[in-house]
Design a protein around this ligand. Structure first.
Ligand code: NAG
Ligand code: NAG
Ligand code: NAG
Ligand code: NAG
Ligand code: NAG
Ligand code: NAG
Ligand code: NAG
Length: 293
């Protein structure tokens, strides 16, 4: 209970993105100590909120996810649990040409299992084999699945991985990922930073997110070998998702319910790990605020 209280204490504030008429939008010009105030970080050993805690000096962060605070509605079930409505979405962001691979991800409605011996990338045998992929001079793109819930759910959600080609033109790479839920088509466009979206997609794939091992709501964000790579490498992130709730009733679970659900169901060691992270960051913050001797 004490651990929970402290984690809650660490989880200072949360902001909910302003609502548009019939799309839900999120926009981040950059990830920094201010804009990451509302985001989660999830690694194999910890769940940290707010992600801004990691902007303290000397924070080197392991492999993991940077996620929106509120789960996004992906699809809606009708009679018999079959999907009746699915949300289309568009997302765009730029990555530095020198950045390591980053993946735009749609997860499940829960955080990946903490302390999973397989880690966040699953086992080698949970891979689905060849995945749709393409490359041009600027970047390589792969459309695959998220393997962080292995072994129970080895291939779920969506994982669009962008690997910038650092030896091609310098500068940034602009990326657009557009999912048309009616056509069940995902398109990925890549251009040099500052250029408009090209007419032709670099890669497209037929896809049905609804029901294919996905949950009706999902955490959405980025994955990288170091969370820091997302902070430093990804800019100008915009996401718009069709709103499935048209009656204006919000269905999202408050963040503290999610946190309690997570902490209630995982090994105490995990809570302690994130607790240590949180409190060492707070201590460092406090120390940094002390006047210099
Ligand atoms: C973070 O970025 C936003 C938007 O560019 C800017 O307004 C804000 O001042 C930045 N905050 C920090 C701490 O750099
Ligand atoms: C996505 O972009 C297309 C145009 O490329 C637009 O027709 C569609 O309404 C957008 N959908 C969302 C959810 O933003
Ligand atoms: C995930 O965390 C657990 C517990 O700390 C550890 O035993 C395991 O090796 C980690 N997996 C990976 C792939 O890092
Ligand atoms: C996956 O394969 C790589 C190389 O093929 C190997 O180094 C690694 O140990 C394997 N990982 C697991 C979890 O089997
Ligand atoms: C990329 O796609 C080709 C077919 O177009 C396939 O043969 C190859 O295995 C794919 N690569 C990966 C890493 O999935
Ligand atoms: C996402 O896909 C990339 C490329 O296939 C892979 O290296 C990475 O491990 C995947 N990430 C997750 C979280 O499954
Ligand atoms: C990266 O770009 C360079 C220069 O355009 C090209 O020669 C090289 O083949 C590209 N690498 C990949 C992996 O596409």
């Amino acid at each position: 209970m004490a651990a929970l209280a402290l984690v809650l204490l660490c989880a200072a504030t949360i902001m909910v993105a302003p609502a548009a008429a019939d799309v839900e939008s999120h926009s981040f010009p950059v990830f920094n100590a201010t804009t990451a105030e509302s985001l989660w970080v999830a690694t194999n050993t910890s769940i940290i909120m707010p992600a801004a805690l990691l902007f303290g000096p000397g924070q080197s962060f392991p492999e993991g996810f940077l996620l929106l605070p509120k789960r996004v509605d992906v699809w809606r079930a009708g009679a018999g649990g079959l999907p009746t409505r699915e949300a289309s979405f568009n997302t765009s962001f730029t990555v530095e040409s020198s950045a390591p691979p980053v993946s735009f991800v749609v997860l499940l409605d829960r955080f990946p299992t903490l302390n999973n011996p397989l880690g966040l990338r699953g086992s080698n045998d949970s891979t689905t084999g060849a995945v749709p992929n393409a490359t041009d001079g600027l970047a390589a793109v792969e459309i695959g699945t998220v393997r962080s819930y292995a072994p129970e759910s080895p291939n779920v959600g969506l994982n669009v991985t962008i690997t910038p080609n650092g030896t091609a033109a310098p500068g940034r790479r602009a990326v657009w990922v557009e999912y048309n839920a009616v056509a069940h088509l995902l398109r990925v466009y890549v251009a040099a930073g500052g250029e408009p979206r090209p007419a032709r997609a670099l890669l497209d794939a037929r896809l049905s997110l609804a029901g294919q091992g996905t949950t009706q709501t999902a955490f959405v964000g980025f994955f990288a070998t170091r969370v820091r790579d997302v902070f430093l490498g990804v800019r100008d992130w915009d996401l718009t998702v069709d709103r499935l709730d048209t009656d204006g009733k919000k269905k999202g679970t408050p963040w503290w319910v999610i946190l309690i659900a997570v902490l209630g169901s995982v090994a105490a060691t995990a809570a302690i790990v994130s607790l240590v992270v949180c409190s060492s960051v707070s201590r460092r913050r406090a120390r940094d605020m002390e006047p210099k001797q």
